[in-house]
Design a protein around this ligand. Structure first.
Ligand code: ZN
Length: 353
């Protein structure tokens, strides 16, 4: 079954005419390639739309294009990697199990003094009822509007008892958001009782729950947390205030290839690429493209500008995805740095819009 995934990948890259096929691992895919027959032109490298304006320095070395002279963001990649290690060490973390509860506590312990909200409910699934809890950390800004960054922290119920720990899938996304919280906290002054607003839009970090299917990925068995949150935010008017929503998923792979997920808003995908160029990281972005279903979909489908930052080319032929081989030794601090810095730079570019 795993071979089919890469053939899809290759088909998308070279021909672009794959029919609807679920991803690897018995169809219990976390994020699904679902191309439509004859859907489009052949794709390979990013098109001219992303071609960089490369200039040359005095020494002849190329310098990536830069929008301005603002300092480049830098996360603490060592710390983010350590978070990933600690999150992974909890073991399987499916909705409602003991390890999941410990991880909820771990996340909240790292967000002390922040403005935290819960979106908790019970999901009715084909495998029974599960408690679901999205954790929201709000960093108010001076501009009217919200930038949302999400990452899921659950692992798959159907992989329970297999030794699956989801270092990249679930671990890296949880960790990068914890590091984003550090960076956002560090960028504001004032005490926790009256924190200063950040200079830009409000940024909300969301650790999403129930991203994974409990049995087999379908529209109703997947994205439990974000489907609920999108509904909630539609009712209370939050959706209209969101300027951009970005999902971080599987961003720790040492061999990092962020896919241009065409289930997303073009200008935002382009802006992420511009940010990557500014950091000199563009070679890790968009060599592959295709439609992938992930946590951004319930918002994207409601008209929110959305992008999914994901590397679904995890190991040769995506072999580590949703297997007990998704472990820390496949990841690198550098990859967390590449994806983390790029998204923080994207936030800075968004603030200027
Ligand atoms: Zn997954």
């Amino acid at each position: 079954m795993k071979v089919s995934a890469i053939s899809i990948l290759l088909t998308i890259v070279t021909v672009g005419t794959a029919s609807t096929i679920a991803c690897s691992n018995g169809g219990s895919a976390h994020a699904r390639w679902a191309t439509t027959a004859g859907s489009g032109a052949p794709v390979s490298a990013p098109s001219g739309a992303y071609a960089s304006e490369v200039t040359t320095s005095a020494t002849g070395a190329p310098i990536p294009a830069s929008a301005d002279n603002a300092p480049l963001p830098h996360i603490n990649a060592k710390r983010a990697f350590q978070y990933t290690r600690e999150v992974t060490a909890f073991g399987e973390r499916y909705m409602g199990n003991e390890n999941h509860k410990k991880l909820e506590r771990y996340i909240l312990d790292h967000l002390k003094g922040d403005q935290i909200e819960d979106d908790a409910f019970t999901a009715d699934t084909v495998e029974g009822k599960f408690p679901v809890r999205n954790i929201i950390d709000k960093f108010p800004g001076t501009k009217d509007g919200i930038i949302v960054i999400m990452g899921h922290y659950d692992t798959n119920y159907w992989l329970r008892g297999t030794g699956y720990v989801g270092a990249n899938d679930g671990g890296s996304s949880t960790a990068i958001l914890l590091e984003f919280a550090n960076q956002l906290r560090g960028a504001r002054s004032g005490d926790s009782a009256s924190p200063k607003k950040r200079d830009g839009y409000s940024v909300w970090l969301v650790w999403t729950d129930g991203e994974e299917a409990v049995k087999t990925w379908t529209d109703t068995d997947s994205l439990y947390g974000t489907r609920h949150l999108a509904e909630t935010w539609e009712k209370d008017g939050t959706l209209k205030k969101i300027k951009a929503l970005m999902v971080m998923d599987m961003i720790g792979d040492a061999d990092l290839d962020i896919i241009r997920n065409t289930n997303g808003t073009s200008w935002l995908l382009d802006l992420i690429y511009t940010a990557a160029e500014r950091m000199g990281y563009q070679s890790h972005f968009y060599a592959l493209q295709g439609p992938i279903e992930d946590d951004h979909l319930p918002f994207y489908n409601r008209g929110v500008p959305s992008a999914d930052v994901i590397d679904l080319d995890y190991g040769y032929h995506n072999v580590f995805h949703h297997t007990p081989q998704d472990t820390m030794d496949k990841l690198s601090p550098k990859s967390l740095e590449i994806s983390g810095d790029t998204i923080l730079e994207t936030v800075r570019l968004l603030d200027q819009r």
